[in-house]
Write a protein that binds this ligand. Structure first.
Ligand SMILES: [Cu+2]
Length: 386
C-alpha cells in the first residue's frame, strides 16, 4: 500500500512539472517574430464557422432524437393524477426547449459574429443595469410560477383524505425483490418490524397484533379500476424506490420508516393492452424478440416468448447487483375480479399455521418455534373476540 502511495505521489509530481513547463512555454508566445502560435484571421474564421456549425449540430441532433427515440416516452397515464403530472412535465419541457433553442443560437451566433479580426479591438463595456434587471427578473418570474404550480400539483397528488374509502396495501422492498401485503377484511395493516422476520413471515408482520390476523401477503398486486389505493412502503435493507411509471408514481422505500403514496388507477390492464400506442410499442418489442429468437435458434437455444404488456412495480434506486430485476406485476381489473382474486389469497396467519403444522417426523414437531404457538393463540383470541 505504501509503495502504491509513493508511486502515486511521483506520478502526480511528474504531472505537476509537466503542467508548469506548459505554462512557461505559454508565457513565451509572441516573443519571437512570426510566431505560429498566435491566431491569425484564418484561424479566427475557422473557429467562428465551427461555432456556427456546432449550434446546427445541436439542433439537428435534437430533431433526430425526437424522431428516433420519441416513441419510448410513456404514453397515456393510467392514474387520475397522471394527467396533472404530465401537464407539469410538458410545460417544463416546452419552456426548457424554447429557452435552450434561443440562448444556444444567440451564444453561438455572437461567437461567430464577433470573431477576432486583425486590427480590431474588443469594446470595453462595463455593465447595463436595465439589461441585467431584465435577464434576472424574467427567469425569477418563470421559475417562481413553475415552482408554485409544481408545489400545488404535488400537494394535490399527496393529499389523502382520512375519511375517504381507500384500499390499504403495503409494498415491501428488499434485495432483490418486492412483496406486497393487503390489509384484509378490517382494511387495517397490522404492525410490522424487521425483528419479526421468521420463516414464511418474510415481511416481519407482528402476529400478536389483532390487525395482522387477516393480512394477506402476495407476490402480485391486483387493483380495482377507479378505486383509491393507499400504498405504504417499507424496506428491509437498503434504500429502494417504488416506481410505477405508468401510474406516474414513485416513492423512496427507506429502512426503518414508512413512506406513502396514494393514487387511483384509471385504465385496466386489458384496456391498456388495446390502446393504439401500446399495441405499436408491443409490436416493436416483439419484432426485436423474434429477430433475437432466430439468432438463439441458430445456437440451439430456446426461442423467446412473445411479450405482452403488464403494469410493473420497479425499483428506481440502484440498490445492488440485481437491482434491475426487482419487479412486481400489477394487474388493474374490474372491482368484481379484484374481489374474487383477493378472496382466493391466503392470509399470512393461515400460511404460518400451515408451515408450522406438526409433521410426521417427531423431530420436526420438537423444532416448532414458539412464535407458531403465539400465532395460534392470537388467532383463537380474535375468533373469540368476534
Ligand atoms: Cu431496489
Amino acid at each position: 500500500m505504501n509503495g502504491l502511495l509513493i508511486l502515486l505521489i511521483i506520478v502526480l509530481l511528474g504531472v505537476a512539472a509537466w503542467q508548469l513547463s506548459k505554462i512557461f512555454s505559454l508565457t513565451q508566445i509572441g516573443m519571437a517574430k512570426g510566431d505560429s502560435t498566435i491566431a491569425n484571421d484564418k484561424d479566427n474564421n475557422i473557429n467562428g464557422y465551427l461555432m456556427f456549425a456546432f449550434v446546427g449540430f445541436i439542433y439537428i441532433f435534437t430533431i433526430y432524437s425526437f424522431i428516433k427515440w420519441g416513441s419510448f416516452v410513456l404514453d397515456t397515464p393510467a392514474s387520475e393524477h397522471g394527467k396533472d403530472y404530465d401537464n407539469l412535465m410538458n410545460i417544463s419541457w416546452i419552456i426548457i426547449f424554447t429557452v435552450q433553442t434561443l440562448t444556444q443560437f444567440l451564444l453561438h451566433y455572437f461567437a461567430f459574429k464577433y470573431r477576432g479580426k486583425e486590427g480590431q479591438k474588443a469594446l470595453y463595456y462595463a455593465d447595463n443595469n436595465k439589461l441585467e434587471a431584465i435577464w434576472t427578473i424574467i427567469p425569477v418570474i418563470v421559475l417562481a410560477v413553475l415552482i408554485l404550480y409544481g408545489l400545488y400539483t404535488w400537494n394535490q397528488i399527496m393529499y389523502v383524505d382520512e375519511d375517504e374509502e381507500v384500499i390499504n396495501v403495503e409494498l415491501y422492498a428488499k434485495q432483490f425483490s418486492w412483496e406486497a401485503r393487503y390489509a384484509g377484511d378490517d382494511n387495517t395493516l397490522g404492525k410490522a418490524n424487521v425483528r419479526y422476520i421468521k420463516d414464511v413471515n418474510t415481511l416481519g408482520v407482528d402476529m400478536s397484533d389483532r390487525a395482522s390476523q387477516d393480512d394477506k401477503v402476495v407476490t402480485e398486486i391486483h387493483l380495482p379500476v377507479g378505486k383509491k389505493v393507499h400504498f405504504r412502503m417499507r424496506s428491509q435493507d437498503v434504500l429502494h424506490s417504488a416506481y410505477m411509471p405508468h401510474f406516474r408514481a414513485q416513492m423512496n422505500c427507506v429502512p426503518g420508516m414508512v413512506t406513502e403514496f396514494a393514487f387511483i388507477p384509471t385504465i385496466t390492464t386489458a384496456d391498456m393492452r388495446n390502446m393504439p400506442g401500446m399495441v405499436k410499442k408491443v409490436d416493436g418489442i416483439n419484432k426485436i424478440r423474434a429477430k433475437k429468437s432466430v439468432e438463439l435458434a441458430a445456437q440451439g437455444k430456446p426461442a423467446l416468448e412473445p411479450y405482452t404488456f403488464d403494469y410493473l412495480l420497479l425499483c428506481n434506486k440502484i440498490c445492488g447487483a440485481s437491482h434491475f430485476n426487482m419487479q412486481l406485476k400489477i394487474v388493474v381489473e374490474s372491482e368484481a375480479d379484484y374481489k374474487k382474486w383477493l378472496k382466493e389469497q391466503k392470509t399470512l396467519a393461515s400460511a404460518i399455521k400451515e408451515a408450522n403444522a406438526p409433521k410426521e417426523d417427531p423431530a420436526a414437531v420438537k423444532e416448532t418455534p414458539a412464535v407458531a404457538e403465539a400465532v395460534v393463540d392470537t388467532t383463537k383470541a380474535v375468533a373469540k373476540g368476534k
